[in-house]
Design a protein around this ligand. Sequence first.
Ligand SMILES: [Zn+2]
Length: 272
Amino acid sequence: MGDLIFANYGYCHCCEQAVRFTAADSWFRDHYICSKCGSIPRERALSWTIEKFFPAWRQATIHESSPIPRGASEKLRQHCDNYITSQYFSGVGSGTEYQGWRCEDLENLSFADNSIDLHISQDVMEHVFSPDRVFREIARTLRPGGMHIFTVPLVNKAGASEVSAERDEKGEIRHLLEPEYHGNPVSDQGALVTRRWGYDICEYIFRSSGLFTQIIHLDALEWGIRAEFIEVLVTMKPMAENNGSDSVPETAKPPKSTTGNPFNWLKKRFKK
Ligand SMILES: [Zn+2]
């Protein structure tokens, strides 16, 4: 680790304690780190947002797509009894177990309608090929009153979202912009960026799923939250309308996590 260029004391919303935040590089998004839990700013912003918008998360049924073994994911794993994690593996069907993980294709989730309180994703939505289908699947599987709370880099602040890669009729990838890859914990090839999102993502989600989304932007050094592209998005599924009867809206039984704790396996991959 190089010399520190910035450090301060504060409170970390991932590990919930007084900590020191340090940065050895000016790109705070990846390098402004909690001394106790190793989290980065967008993970702390996500944890704050979950706590504020869905304070009953500890008792909720939560599904996180592509979690990582630290920060917000680790907090959910420790404190939520029905925290279901999944990864996407090309060619593996949703709901099946693969390499110790439950596989879930976000475009075709195996969860029942109205069965999930909270969907969580961190920097995933810029890698999916059919985000309209993904947002529809999330809306379908959320319970009334449920939310999708997620981070996604909104890199097109001054313009419309751009499609940077798509699949043609044969399923082959067609690049519309210079290919860009992000790290992928379950693939050495990395994850291809398919969308360069702008603020119009909220309109896109509404057109796809009918759900409203708000963008939370935090800038709070005392919580170690300062960096580029750390917006947290909250998509809400409305509570069922009161139709005059006392009947509770029908929701499915919560799915149970079946794959145990795949984090140890993931931790090994991270050490490489
Ligand atoms: Zn921490």
